[in-house]
Design a protein around this ligand. Sequence first.
Ligand code: 5GP
Length: 189
Amino acid sequence: MNLLKKRIEEVGDVVTDGVLRLDSILNHQVDPELIMAMGREFAVRFKDSAPTKVVTVESSGIPIAFATALELGVPLIFARRKKSVTMSEQVYEERVPSFTKGIVTDIMISTNYLNSEDRVLIIDDFIANGDAARGLVRIVAKAGAELVGIGIAVEKSFQQGGSSLREMGCRVESLAKIASLTNGKIVFD
Ligand code: 5GP
């Protein structure tokens, strides 16, 4: 997706050889026009698989997942990272390491919102090692729902997440693929 690549070139900040900061458009401040364009692009790519729910994990995946769900005309569910006092019901729960925070968190989705009739499209902002996406895939499986695909805004293809999910048989589509961040330079695939 050329628009996203252009914006990454303009504002992307290489923090280390493994981490790209996109705080001014995606991870802190949000660029609504860019996000809506990403939602439209994911909707075009996945419409044929007829998703009934879009699923992400809080927090940075939410805007893109929302835009995608709006375009597809289906609800968005965001997995919560820890149990909220308002969440008294039964949950599907998985433990996942967080790439950027360096901690392990529990992610959960209420059993009220995901069931065996659902066809799920997972959306997230970045994929690195794939732990967040694999956690969501396991939650979808626990619900007995069908996973129709995984849409990722930025895939860092020098890390193994995207390829490991494809090897598991998942359809993974990313809007921008980054081959390297070495020496502060963003190299697209
Ligand atoms: P994974 O679970 O695939 O290792 O990491 C994915 C999650 O970590 C994403 O949801 C994203 O929030 C965060 N993440 C991974 N790599 C990056 C990165 O290079 N930049 C930013 N801003 N977040 C990242």
